[in-house]
Design a protein around this ligand. Structure first.
Ligand SMILES: O=C(O)C1=C[C@@H](OP(=O)(O)O)[C@@H](O)[C@H](O)C1
Ligand SMILES: C=C(OP(=O)(O)O)C(=O)O
Length: 420
C-alpha cells in the first residue's frame, strides 16, 4: 500500500447500490457468544477485518475452535464451557476496543491466570471501569502496566450477583459484563452508575445474547444463569461503514442505496440517515435498505450524537458542504477512542482551511471550500474513511496511511473507487 491514497473527485452525480461488509460489533458479539456455547455455531455475513481477527484469536486462546471461510464470509465456531485456563500465552487484542472490553469478563469465567494485552494504541485507552467491576465479583486483576490500563492478568472465576459499572466512558464495559453473565453462578445484575453513552450498542448486546439462547431482562439489566446454546446466525452489513456511502450521496447530490440494512437493524448507527434527512437529504427506508438522495442544498444542524458517535466524523465531513454551521454535542467520550477524535477531526479540517472549532463535548463545523490537503489519519480508520468524502467534491484530497482502514474495513478504498 502506498503511504497516501488520492481520492478521485466525482465527475457525475452518484447513482449506486452498496453492501458494506458485516457489522464489526455484531460479529464480535456473535463470535464471543458462540465461543461460550457448547456445540458448533455458524456465523454468516461475518466481518473479516483486524478487529474481528483480534476476537477470533482471543476466543481461540480460550479454547474455542474456529473455521473461517473469508470468501463465503462464514465462520464456524465450536465453543467451550469455562474451565481451567491452563497456561495460555498473553491474548493480543490488537487495536480492538470491543475484543478487549468483552474478553476481560469472559476470561474471568475461567480458573487460572489469563493475560490480556493489545497494541500501543489500545494500551492508551481506559479499562478502569471493567477492572473495578470484576474485582467486585471476586476476580483478582493484576495491572501489569499503568493502573486502569492494559496489560492486565485476570484470575477467575468470577462469582455472579450484582455489580456496578460506570456508563459515561464507554458502553463496552457494560456489554462485556452482560455477555459473561449467563456463565456466572446465579447470573448477573448490572447497576450503571453514570449516564450511559452509546446506548444502542447495549440493546445490540442483549439481542445477540438472546439469539444464542441467553435469558436477559433488558430493563433491569439482569442476566439469568444458564449459559448459551449454539446458533446459525446471520450478521447485517456494518451501519457505521454505511455512513460513508450515505454521506457521499448527501455531499454529491446523487443517490446511494445501502442494501441489507433496514428498519429492523440492530445497529443504532443506521440513525445517521436521520441526521442527513434533517440536513435536507431525502431518505427512503425499507425493511432491507436505506437510500439517501442528496439535495443541492444541505443545511447545518445541531445534534447530540452520544448514541451514534462512530458517525460523528462522517457528519463533520458532510457539514463542510452545508450552507450553515453544524454543531455536534454529547461526544466528549470519543476523545478516548483510537485517537482524540474531536481534536483530530477539527485539526484536519482546519488544515484544509475549514473553520472548525472544538469544545469539551463536541465540535462546530462552519461550511467552506476545502483546499487540496493530504490529511493525517492518526491511525484511526474513521479519520481515513470520513475525510475521503471531501475528495469526492474537492480535487487534491489525499488520505495518509490509508491502510489504517484495515481495522474494520480492509476494502474501503476499493469500494469507494468503485463509486467514482
Ligand atoms: O459495543 C460496541 O460494539 C461498540 C460500542 C461503541 O463504543 P463505546 O461504547 O466505547 O462508545 C462504538 O464506538 C464501538 O465502535 C463499538
Ligand atoms: C471506536 C471504535 O472501535 P473499538 O472501540 O471497538 O476499538 C470504532 O470502530 O470506531
Amino acid at each position: 500500500m502506498t503511504d497516501a491514497f488520492a481520492v478521485t473527485p466525482l465527475t457525475k452525480p452518484l447513482d449506486a447500490t452498496v453492501r458494506p461488509p458485516g457489522s464489526k460489533s455484531i460479529t464480535n458479539r456473535a463470535l464471543l457468544c458462540a465461543a461460550l456455547a457448547p456445540g458448533t455455531s455458524t456465523l454468516r455475513g461475518a466481518l473479516f477485518a483486524d478487529d474481528t481477527e483480534a476476537m477470533t484469536g482471543a476466543v481461540a486462546a480460550l479454547g474455542a475452535e474456529i473455521k473461517s471461510d473469508s470468501l463465503a464470509r462464514t465462520v464456524e465456531v465450536s465453543g467451550v464451557l469455562p474451565s481451567s485456563a491452563g497456561n495460555p500465552p498473553a491474548v493480543d487484542c490488537r487495536q480492538s476496543g470491543t475484543t478487549s472490553r468483552f474478553l476481560l469478563p469472559a476470561a474471568a469465567l475461567f480458573t487460572g491466570r489469563i493475560v490480556v494485552d493489545g497494541s500501543g494504541q489500545l494500551r492508551a485507552r481506559p479499562f478502569g471501569p471493567v477492572i473495578e467491576a470484576l474485582r467486585q465479583l471476586g476476580v483478582t486483576i493484576e495491572e501489569l502496566g499503568e493502573p486502569g490500563f492494559l496489560p492486565v492478568a485476570v484470575h477467575g472465576p468470577a462469582g455472579g450477583g450484582r455489580v456496578e459499572v460506570s456508563g459515561h466512558i464507554s458502553s463496552q464495559f457494560l456489554s462485556g459484563l452482560l455477555m459473561a453473565g449467563p456463565l456466572m453462578p446465579g447470573g448477573l445484575t448490572v447497576d450503571v452508575t453514570s449516564p450511559l453513552v452509546s446506548v444502542p450498542y447495549v440493546e445490540m448486546t442483549t439481542a445477540v445474547m438472546a439469539a444464542f439462547g441467553a435469558v436477559v431482562d433488558v430493563d433491569g439489566l439482569t442476566v439469568a444463569s444458564g449459559g448459551y446454546r449454539p446458533a446459525d446466525y446471520t450478521i447485517e452489513p456494518d451501519a457505521s461503514a454505511a455512513s460513508y456511502f450515505l454521506g457521499a450521496a448527501a455531499v454529491t447530490g446523487g443517490r446511494v442505496t445501502v442494501s441489507g440494512l433496514g428498519t429492523g437493524s440492530l445497529q443504532g448507527d443506521v440513525r445517521f440517515a436521520d441526521a442527513l434527512e434533517r440536513m435536507g437529504a431525502t431518505v427512503v427506508r425499507t425493511t432491507d435498505s436505506i437510500t439517501v438522495h442528496g439535495s443541492d442544498r444541505l443545511r447545518g444542524i445541531d445534534i447530540d450524537m452520544a448514541d451514534i458517535s462512530d458517525t460523528a466524523q462522517t457528519l463533520a465531513a458532510v457539514a463542510v458542504f452545508a450552507d450553515s454551521p453544524t454543531r455536534v454535542s454529547g461526544i466528549g467520550f470519543i476523545r478516548k477512542k483510537e485517537t482524540d477524535r474531536i481534536g483530530a477531526i477539527v485539526t484536519e479540517l482546519r488544515r484544509a482551511g475549514i473553520d472548525a472549532t472544538e469544545d469539551e463535548d463536541g465540535f462546530t463545523i462552519r461550511p467552506g471550500t476545502p483546499r487540496p490537503t493530504r490529511f493525517a489519519t492518526y491511525d484511526d480508520h474513521r479519520m481515513a474513511m470520513s475525510l475521503s468524502l471531501l475528495g469526492l467534491r474537492t480535487p487534491g484530497i489525499e488520505i495518509a496511511d490509508p491502510s489504517c482502514v484495515a481495522k474494520t474495513y480492509p476494502n474501503f478504498f476499493t469500494d469507494l473507487t468503485a463509486l467514482t
